[in-house]
Design a protein around this ligand. Structure first.
Ligand code: BDR
Ligand code: CA
Length: 317
């Protein structure tokens, strides 16, 4: 039997973050060693409360939660997106506080300590703005040579953004941090809008949560309608785009995906293109601002039905 892959999830829960966390926890192939929290869908303290409560719901109070940055590296926080995830980040179900607290360590330090305790073993999964990982890289230069892989939900390499025409939300929330992380010295996989906008979990699919016993499915059945309402009203989509969970589907079943491998820079200027994730398309580009960067595995296509069925099957456990 192969040993489970050890993953650390940095997250801003977030309705689709909750799905991804439950999906990972339901996967025996993955061993979640900790959650770190960041601002994004809601303020950081709200995201930390949600992370703790999601672990309570999943019956995993053994997993530590470390709270991280409350603002981006070089700008003000753009603010919560209550219209997408609710005032509480969880579809306005207003969970009671957890009886647990976060560990008394900043998320960036927690990432460093976790990686250095097990060099080359830890996969870091980023589901929110990349601020905590960037801080960890600034605090510990050379850290990423000890990271097994970084898998991110974020960016839009060959398609338009969702938070602006140029940028995906996790990147626009901290472009400077994203540009640092895409310069990491380890394998990086990007599950951005190129692939996540190809995966629509329909309302018929989502109804499965209501039929599934257990506290995880009950929580998803309570929160997902709010998220689906956003997609119905703003995007005329029947269901939801499966953003954050795509990282977990990739880790479990990379054969479902196709990709291109190119280095990436992030536009950190203050123009309409701020937050754009720009791959080097020609060899000659790699001598410019992309010089010295490792190629990022940019997921570009997917067996969408296969990924949805895999996730639903896990979430029904
Ligand atoms: C990303 O933005 C957040 O709203 C979601 O949780 C996801 O991480 C999608 O652009
Ligand atoms: Ca997220």
């Amino acid at each position: 039997m192969t040993t489970a892959r050890r993953i650390l999830i940095d997250t801003d829960p977030g309705i689709d973050d909750a799905m991804a966390i439950f999906y990972a926890l339901a996967s025996p192939e993955l061993d979640v060693v900790g959650l770190t929290t960041v601002f994004g869908n809601a303020h950081t303290d709200v995201c930390t409360t949600n992370a703790l409560r999601l672990l309570d719901i999943a019956g995993r109070p053994d997993i530590p939660v470390a709270q991280g940055a409350s603002r981006p590296l070089a700008m003000n926080y753009r603010g919560p997106v209550a219209f997408v995830h609710g005032d509480d980040g969880q579809g306005n179900v207003h969970l009671p506080p957890s009886t647990r607290a976060a560990v008394p360590v900043h998320a960036a330090q927690f990432i460093i300590d976790t990686v250095m305790a097990e060099p080359d073993e830890i996969t870091v999964v980023l589901l929110g703005p990349f601020t905590n990982m960037a801080l960890a890289m600034l605090m510990h230069p050379g850290l990423t040579s000890f990271v097994k892989e970084i898998v991110v939900m974020g960016g839009a390499a060959f398609t338009s953004g969702n938070a602006s025409p140029a940028s995906e939300a996790n990147i626009l929330n901290d472009p400077e941090a994203a540009d640092i992380v895409f310069g990491a010295d380890c394998p990086i996989t990007m599950a951005g809008l190129d692939v996540t906008h190809r995966i629509t979990m329909t309302n018929e699919d989502l109804a499965a949560f209501g039929r599934t016993p257990g506290p995880r499915a009950a929580h998803l059945a309570a929160i997902v309608p709010y998220y689906a309402g956003f997609y119905r009203d703003r995007n005329h989509v029947d269901g939801i785009y499966v953003h954050d969970s795509t990282t977990i589907s990739y880790l479990l079943a990379p054969h479902l995906f196709t990709w291109k491998e190119l280095p990436i820079r992030v536009d950190t200027g203050h123009s309409v293109c701020r937050g754009r994730t720009l791959p080097a398309l020609h060899d000659s580009d790699e001598e410019g601002p992309w010089q010295g960067r490792r190629a990022v595995r940019i997921l570009t296509d997917v067996d969408a039905r296969g990924a949805i069925d895999l996730e639903l099957e896990h979430l029904a456990r």
